[in-house]
Design a protein around this ligand. Structure first.
Ligand code: BEZ
Length: 251
């Protein structure tokens, strides 16, 4: 990210991110009294759900790199601890479980092993890790349209997020000291709110495609036009999300 997130927009136009993450809490299955981490917690909705499940809010800790996300999480949710920090250095040791929703694809490929080793370090032996991130082919239509628009405007193509395959990520988890119990890649077409849904999505998430460009607004508008026929039905934009969902245990 070249700039901070818009935490208010995240809770309105992009509220689907936390909503789609709710099943991860059931997969983690936190027990009363356990200590749990939410890595890349955003504005803290899933951390708050974890806190309810463990029964003692202070035993749920949310971590996020973004100052605005952490500030908003603290104002929205009483009880859980929200810490501004890097996923490469979670602020807890000996946790029973960790969850990460829609955050790990923001970590560059070169840093993935460090992050997974740090997650393993944060967990006790037999501690559980449940994660969902964009998998191979995620939002491929947007990446394709963005690179066509960049070329049209005289810019090199971007190589934006990290969207791994099942095999690649499973191997990374095993190398970091996890046993992988479940790994699945699935299509999850995702509706965006409002007739300007894609413009709002690009404003919030588009930095890896647009961040450094002097003509960012023009390139963003070109992406929207390139995708209008394929992804907009006159009322709703629907993006081609593909999720990689993982359940692993620290050995
Ligand atoms: C995702 O959750 O898959 C995602 C969100 C923003 C940008 C790219 C991917």
């Amino acid at each position: 990210m070249t700039s901070d997130w818009d935490a208010t927009r995240y809770d309105t136009d992009q509220s689907f991110v936390a909503a789609y993450g709710t099943p991860l809490v059931d997969l983690l299955d936190p027990e009363p009294g356990e200590r749990v981490l939410d890595l890349g917690c955003g504005t803290g909705d899933l951390t708050a759900t974890l806190a309810e499940r463990v029964g003692d809010a202070g035993r749920a800790v949310g971590v996020d790199r973004s100052p605005s996300m952490v500030a908003r999480a603290r104002t929205r949710h009483d009880g859980p601890a929200f810490v501004r920090g890097d996923l490469r250095a979670p602020p807890v040791r000996g946790a029973d479980g960790a969850l990460s929703n829609a955050a790990l694809h923001w970590v560059p490929a070169a840093d993935q092993d460090r992050v997974l080793a740090a997650v393993a370090d944060a967990l006790r032996p037999d501690g559980r890790f449940v994660a969902e991130l964009g998998g191979t082919g995620n939002v491929a239509s947007v990446v394709r349209a963005a690179n066509a628009a960049r070329r049209e405007h005289g810019h090199d193509p971007a190589d934006p997020w990290y969207f791994p395959s099942v095999g690649e990520y499973t191997m990374r988890l095993e190398d970091a000291g996890f046993e992988v119990r479940r790994a699945v890649l699935f299509d999850r077409p995702t509706d965006l709110d409002g007739t300007d849904g894609l413009a709002s999505w690009l404003a919030q998430f588009g930095d890896p495609l647009l961040g450094e460009l002097p003509d960012r607004d023009a390139v963003a508008a070109a992406i929207v036009e390139r995708l209008r026929e394929e992804r907009f039905d006159g009322e709703t934009w629907t993006l081609d999300y593909r999720r990689l969902r993982l359940v692993a245990v620290r050995v």
